[in-house]
Write a protein that binds this ligand. Structure first.
Ligand code: DLL
Length: 433
């Protein structure tokens, strides 16, 4: 099912004509309304008038997460706060989150793109969508919610957590679709089985799963355990939230990027050079229609490749291969984005800890676990065991409070963790997904 036949099946030529027109508009607008862009374009020696074809896109400078941080919280918005109707936020590389804003029209566009995503999963107004993405600053919950309503489906705004209740509603309300992270769906499947529920007998037909990397192997496992189609949805807060790209149920091979609203490029993360279709590199997005918070050539750090072959579903939009990893050290633990540097700054605010730590990420069953090992000072190490336990508790609490992730903290003797000559290897990721 194609939600917006007119745009989603535009012949390439017409699509590109629309894209260049929209690109020129957005480039002009950011140049004239946001000091940051004026400076960065001037520095790169490029003016909005230089953008005559889509090929000129590569003349524009990149935007990176640090730029968002430098302009925290609202510095890159192009409209006054009176026109902003919603803000969301996601983890930044330090304690401060990355903040994004939406006008009424932005929310409207987002709802349409999420409705398109649901339709690509084969859903219609006759479906009941159980939405277990978190509601709140995270874009997953409200993003999917508005899209489901736009489609006219019945949405169950469940949010994350409360496992038993999730299972109960899945049985009693009979949703035909579920939205959550793939690892959470595996967790729910296990939990349901433990409760004696036959998860295959639920009415669920399809999962709209994303917000973290996953693999074909995980897809097979989810599909077998729940007897559903498990489809991949991609997005990031900076660009909009979920619904930047979506896999279609007909193709099940790569995610269609909603190219009438976003320009996508793949670059070599080392050199910044634009790579041709088919080559693997870092995804870069430019928003074409966003009002409040347009972004020009935003480096996502997500690794993928573009597949231009026409899909059997009829959509003409290019597909991106499922994201295989990141070019930076961001971890996604149970759907929460965490940078090692954020954990470091929490640790460094606590007296008695040394700046030597290691993060060990594992997957037990379907649950990600995070262990934080940190060296304590000689003085602390000679304290009573109870004091050390209290310190562990305090660190666990601070990490939970500041970053939203549950961790197991292990204090270790001074000088026991490995030292590094070059780049420190802080993270040991043992997950096999
Ligand atoms: O995770 C938006 C989202 C919500 C997408 C619900 C899909 C479903 P952020 O919290 O800003 O936004 O995190 C964005 O998550 O740069 C990727 O690294 C990762 N990510 C998102 N979707 C996928 C996916 C939301 N399908 C960051 N596969 C992105 C792999 C994904 N990684």
């Amino acid at each position: 099912m194609i939600y917006n036949e007119e745009f989603e099946t535009l012949p390439r030529e017409a699509l590109e004509a629309l894209q260049i027109k929209r690109l020129q508009q957005v480039v002009n607008r950011v140049y004239h309304t946001v000091g940051f862009y004026r400076k960065s374009f001037d520095k790169a020696g490029v003016s909005p008038d230089d953008i005559r074809s889509l090929d000129d896109l590569k003349r524009l400078p990149f935007t990176v997460k640090q730029d968002l941080r430098d302009n925290y919280p609202f510095g890159l918005f192009t409209v006054p706060m009176t026109n902003i109707v919603r803000v969301h936020a996601s983890s930044g590389t330090t304690g401060k989150p990355t903040v994004v804003g939406y006008t009424k029209r932005d929310i409207d566009t987002w709802a349409e793109l999420m409705a398109r995503a649901f339709a690509a999963a084969g859903l219609t107004k006759n479906d009941i969508i159980h939405n277990a993405y978190g509601y709140g600053l995270f874009t997953g919950g409200l993003g999917a919610h508005y899209g489901a309503e736009r489609l006219g489906a019945s949405v169950i705004p469940m949010s994350g957590g409360s496992t038993k209740k999730q299972i109960l509603l899945l049985q009693d309300f009979g949703p035909t679709a579920i939205c959550c992270t793939p690892s959470y769906l595996m967790f729910l499947a296990d939990a349901g089985k433990e409760m004696g529920v036959d998860m295959k007998s639920l009415k669920l037909r399809v999962g709209i799963l994303g917000a973290e990397p996953w693999s074909e192997r995980m897809r097979e496992q989810i599909e077998a355990e729940l007897d559903i189609s498990a489809l991949d949805i991609y997005g990031l807060s900076e660009i909009m939230g979920p619904g930047v790209a979506m896999e279609c149920i007909e193709g099940r091979n790569g995610l269609h990027v909603f190219e009438d609203h976003f320009l996508v490029e793949v670059i070599n993360p080392e050199t910044g050079e634009v790579l041709p279709y088919g080559e693997k590199g870092e995804l870069v997005f430019t928003t074409l229609t966003k009002e409040a918070f347009p972004l020009i050539r935003y480096r996502t750090k997500d690794i993928s490749r573009l597949m231009p072959q026409i899909c059997k579903c009829g959509r003409t939009f290019v597909r991106m291969e499922r994201v295989s990893g990141r070019s930076d050290d961001m971890l996604i633990i149970r759907g929460v984005n965490v940078f090692p540097s954020q954990i470091e700054s929490v640790l460094m605010d606590i007296e008695g800890l040394e700046p030597h730590y290691q993060l060990i990420v594992e997957r037990e069953g379907s649950m990600d676990t995070l262990e934080v090992q940190v060296e304590v000072s000689e003085k602390v190490f000679s304290d009573e065991i109870r004091e050390l336990q209290n310190l562990e508790k305090r660190i666990t609490k601070d990490i939970k409070d500041y970053l939203g992730v549950t961790s197991k903290v292990k204090l270790v003797e001074p000088k026991t963790l490995q030292r590094f000559e070059g780049k420190a290897q802080r993270v040991i990721d043992k997950r096999q997904i």
